[in-house]
Write a protein that binds this ligand. Structure first.
Ligand SMILES: NC(=O)c1ccc[n+]([C@@H]2O[C@H](COP(=O)([O-])OP(=O)(O)OC[C@H]3O[C@@H](n4cnc5c(N)ncnc54)[C@H](OP(=O)(O)O)[C@@H]3O)[C@@H](O)[C@H]2O)c1
Length: 337
């Protein structure tokens, strides 16, 4: 089978398309013919050796993918040959809140990822995908969609009529926009591109702000909402976190998801968190129960993930290069397998 590997070390130049034996599923494991994989910023950080996870070479990158079960090992009860499935990032995170014993066994760091024609996963680490989605669409669900869903709907308790602020038009934020619209919430979305903001309006954004033209987007959000938003999905990190708290209504929530602009805020004054009585909740993607619930909602609403570009597996380097450019896409980048 064909597989992408980092053979000896980190970096773009180490990405190799190689030929491997098809793996055999052991007890409670299934063999999946992967059909598509989607890229996340996390994959880029790991590719560049910048995430503190224990990677053993040769290593198969990319955590998110969808495919069809073609064989089951002894004792498998949850799935049958022919089921269309996707892996959950954290293979042992089945239910409840994040806790030490369920985080750590993540696909594509430290475990191998799914950029291969065949992948063996434990039956507890996969979910059925909605029938109406293509392989490419389904491959976008495990991190980007589940993070937005977990933070807004499950832990965030988003209600119809609430206001949500989303940052930029990458994978997590566009799913956040789609779920906010699905839930009957009002979505404000920011972007560095007016053309992308127009596309966000088509998806149902209530208000849009160009954060390059309007650096004080937090103040605009306060004015638009007459007192602040209920929820911010923060993907910017260092450059956005303080403004995210400022944009909240009293009692609002910031879901701390990403670090696109860096991780460190020098000399941060915590007064804003106190004055806003804010909840700041860190994200660790999501559990399998929430993934299954999200998929039911996606199926019920006929939601289609937003894909910017699809690359063949032998051009995965170009897909990563597009991801690395940062702002040249809208939604998700996908690789066909
Ligand atoms: N902790 C978790 O559970 C978790 C889960 C998923 C993702 N993440 C993290 O969340 C972040 C976002 O992930 P993603 O997959 O959605 O990324 P992505 O698809 O690569 O998002 C890229 C987009 O983010 C926007 N952006 C970049 N810098 C920004 C800034 N300073 N302020 C506002 N928007 C900015 C840009 O939008 P425009 O082009 O429209 O300006 C850019 O196109 C990453 O850091 C990722 O590692 C964390």
């Amino acid at each position: 089978m064909k597989a992408v590997q980092l053979t000896n070390g980190f970096g773009f130049e180490e990405l190799t398309l190689t030929e491997l034996d098809i793996p055999t599923p052991g007890p409670q494991e299934v063999l999946i013919r992967m059909r598509a994989a989607s890229l996340n910023y996390r994959d880029l950080v790991i590719l560049n050796g910048l995430m503190p996870v224990d990677i053993k070479f040769p290593f198969i990158p990319v955590s998110d993918g969808a495919g069809e079960i073609v064989a089951v090992g002894p004792g498998v009860t949850r799935f049958q040959v022919g089921h269309r499935v996707a892996g959950n990032l954290q293979q042992r995170f089945i239910a409840g809140n994040p806790r030490a014993e369920v985080l750590g066994e993540s696909l594509a760091g430290p475990l191998n990822g799914v950029a291969a024609e065949y992948v063996v996963l434990h039956e507890n680490g996969i979910v059925r995908i909605p029938d109406h989605l293509t392989w490419e669409e389904a491959s976008t669900l495990p991190i980007a969609a589940l993070t937005a869903w977990s933070m807004l709907i499950e832990y965030g308790g988003l209600q119809a009529g609430d206001t949500v602020l989303l940052q930029g038009t990458g994978g997590v934020s566009i799913f956040g926009l789609q779920f906010a619209v699905m839930a009957g919430a009002r979505a404000i979305i920011t972007s560095s591109s007016n053309a992308k903001l127009e596309r966000a309006k088509v998806l149902g954004a209530w208000q849009t702000i160009n954060y390059s033209e309007v650096p004080d987007w937090d103040k605009v959000a306060l004015e638009l909402t007459d007192g602040g938003v209920d929820h911010v999905l923060d993907v910017g990190g260092a450059a956005t976190m303080v403004k995210s708290i400022n944009a909240l209504r009293i009692g609002g929530t910031v879901s701390m998801v990403g670090f696109l602009s860096g991780l460190t805020i020098p000399e941060y004054d915590v007064t804003g968190i106190l004055q806003k009585a804010a909840t700041v909740r860190g994200s660790q993607v999501g559990n399998r129960d929430h993934f299954e619930k999200m998929n039911r909602a996606i199926a019920h609403h006929g939601l289609h993930p937003v894909i910017d570009q699809v690359f063949p597996l032998n051009r995965i380097g170009e897909a990563f290069a597009l991801l690395a450019e940062g702002k040249q896409y809208f939604g998700k980048i996908v690789v066909q397998i």
